[in-house]
Structures are given as structure tokens and as C-alpha cells.
Ligand binder design. Structure first.
Ligand code: GYE
Length: 327
């Protein structure tokens, strides 16, 4: 070793260990994806307890098949711990790339990092991870999904224009610690506070699930009999809330305005019937974009940090006409 290269080596070794000690730097680069005709691809799903998830899974399976790729599919059955184990098993099976729908923002970080360490690129689908703990372009390729803050904002802005004197809100939050629950709350709450004249009486998680949403809505409607608006972070909880509203002897769409996000067929149908006032779509058909993004990455393209999905909006003005196209 020349004196110069020896010094450079020692300096960089010292600098690297200092950075490592600070915990701020990951050593490995974002894994690349080799060009192949056929791939073995993982899709780590969170759960299958609602039409949105089922539509997403079907879309992924359909497009894997179209490409002739082998799909290793797992269902974490609503457990972040199982989802981490699912990703580890995909790594052990030597998949070429992992599509991951991280159930919660923080608990799935170890899975993202384990794949990176194993040299397997990860594309996040539909939910994000904590941006302070893992980054697109460094730790995973990109996040494909909707703008959840904007979804919450769109609901709030619609409400500010169409509340007709109603003002007391019960909010049913999605899965605690998930990016759509965090962001749909932030987008809505900030916009509703900005609009002024509204009160959020209570805000509680219904875990994105129909029956949990029904139970929580029932308890909150009892505790707050003056509530006249229910904002649910997804269709399943909105539909659960309608059962709770009817059980309380009230009429959804008349006594209580119900607002939702997802835009599945059942909810758009309820919107056409007037029981749900407005729904922001959250498009679950990920297959085309997921596999197209993967192909771009395999070609060596630098992928933008966020591949955004575009969402529709349904209310009384278009729900009937749009019903046939809703998933
Ligand atoms: O709104 C919900 C699902 O992560 C965007 O998760 C997704 C959400 C969707 O369970 O219905």
C-alpha cells in the first residue's frame, strides 16, 4: 500500500466506523434487480378481511401471471410480527424482489432492512414505513400508493361545503400506527380545523375493520348522542358505522352524515342510495403499476421516491353513474 492509499484507507475506515456508531448510515446500497425473462416475486399482504385487500391481491396475482412470473404470496393475517416473518421466509426462498404492503409504519422496518441486507430490492405498496427510519432510493426502491393526507383533506373540504349546519364529528381511525390512518387523520383534522365551526367529539381506532368499526361507532354514538357526522378512514368502518347508526334509531344520510375513503362497490352503492354522503376513492388495483415499476427498475432506471396513484371522488352527483366501475 502506498502511503497515500494507506492514509485514505485509514481515514475512510475511521469515518465509516464513526458514522456507523452514530447509527445514521446504512452501509449497503439499494439492491439492484438483474435483467431476467422470468422472476420469482414476493407479495407480502397485510390481511384479507376486506374487499379492498382482496381487490389488491387479485390485481397483483393477475399481473404476475400475465408476466409469467412466479408469485410467492403471503397473508400476515393482521399481524405485523407475522408479516416480518413472511418477508424473512421470502428472503430465505431467494425471491428476486419483494412487494411489501407494510401493515404498520415502524414494526416493518426490520423486514425492509433484512431484505436490503440480503440484496433483495423492496417496493412498498399502498402503505408506507416511517420515513425517518427507512428511505426510498436508499433502503427500498419506492413507495407506490395514494396521497392519504390529500384523501383526508378532500373529505374535509367536501364537508366544509356540504355540512348544512351539522358540525359534531366522530372519527373512526384506521389501524393504529399505519400510514393511511396517520395521514388520513392529519389531512382531515388539519383541514377541518382550518375550515372552522366543526368539533371532533371523539376519534378512535376501528382497525379498518367492519365489525370493530360498528362496535366503536356504537360506543361513541352512545357517549356523544349529539354527534351528527361520522368520518371513517375506510369503507368497512363506514359500513359498520351505518349499522350502529341504524341500531341507535337514527338515519344515515339524514340525521348523521357518513363520510368514507376507499370507494368499493358496496360503499359507492350506499353513496348512490344516500346513506354515505361522500367517498374518496383509494385505488386498490396495484398490479399494472407494480409490475411496470419493477420492469423500469430492472432496466436500470432511477425510480422516483413516490409513484402516486390518482383517486376519484364520489358523492350524490356521480355515485350512480360510477357504480359499475367501482371495484
Ligand atoms: O384504505 C383499507 C385497507 O392501506 C390504503 O388499508 C390501504 C387501506 C385501505 O385495509 O381499506
Amino acid at each position: 500500500m502506498t502511503e497515500f492509499s494507506r492514509r485514505t484507507f485509514m481515514m475512510s475506515a475511521a469515518a465509516l466506523s464513526a458514522l456507523a456508531a452514530s447509527g445514521k448510515v446504512a452501509f449497503a446500497e439499494l439492491p439492484k434487480l438483474a435483467k431476467k425473462d422470468k422472476y420469482k416475486v414476493g407479495f407480502a399482504q397485510t390481511e384479507s378481511n376486506n374487499p379492498w385487500r382482496i381487490a389488491q391481491t387479485n390485481s397483483m396475482k393477475e399481473h404476475a401471471e400475465k408476466n409469467g412470473y412466479q408469485l410467492v404470496y403471503t397473508d400476515a393475517a393482521s399481524s405485523a410480527a407475522k408479516q416480518v416473518a413472511d418477508v424473512n421466509s421470502m428472503i430465505a426462498q431467494g425471491v428476486d424482489l419483494i412487494f411489501l404492503a407494510p401493515r404498520e409504519e415502524k414494526p416493518l422496518i426490520p423486514a425492509v432492512m433484512a431484505a436490503k441486507k440480503a440484496g433483495i430490492p423492496v417496493i412498498l405498496l399502498d402503505r408506507n414505513v416511517d420515513p425517518s427510519l427507512a428511505k426510498p432510493g436508499e433502503d427500498y426502491v419506492t413507495f407506490i400508493g395514494s396521497d392519504f393526507i390529500q384523501e383526508g383533506q378532500r373529505v374535509a373540504e367536501w364537508l366544509a361545503k356540504n355540512a348544512n349546519g351539522k358540525s359534531k364529528i366522530i372519527e373512526l381511525e384506521g389501524t393504529t400506527g399505519s400510514s393511511p390512518a396517520n395521514d388520513r387523520k392529519k389531512g382531515f383534522d388539519d383541514a377541518i380545523n382550518k375550515a372552522g365551526g366543526f368539533t371532533i367529539l371523539a376519534s378512535q381506532t376501528g382497525d379498518f375493520a367492519r365489525d370493530k368499526g360498528r362496535q366503536v361507532a356504537e360506543a361513541l354514538l352512545q357517549a356523544h348522542p349529539d354527534a351528527d357526522i361520522v368520518y371513517a378512514h375506510n369503507d368497512e368502518m363506514a359500513i359498520g358505522a351505518i349499522s350502529a347508526i341504524e341500531a341507535a334509531g337514527k338515519v344515515a344520510g339524514k340525521d348523521i352524515i357518513v363520510l368514507s375513503i376507499d370507494g368499493g362497490k358496496e360503499a359507492v352503492g350506499l353513496c348512490a342510495e344516500g346513506k354515505i354522503a361522500a367517498v374518496v376513492e383509494c385505488n386498490p388495483r396495484f398490479g399494472p403499476k407494480a409490475f411496470e415499476t419493477m420492469a423500469r427498475y430492472a432496466k436500470g432506471e432511477t425510480i422516483e421516491p413516490w409513484v402516486k396513484n390518482v383517486d376519484k371522488f364520489y358523492d350524490a352527483t356521480n355515485a350512480k353513474a360510477e357504480l359499475a366501475d367501482a371495484y
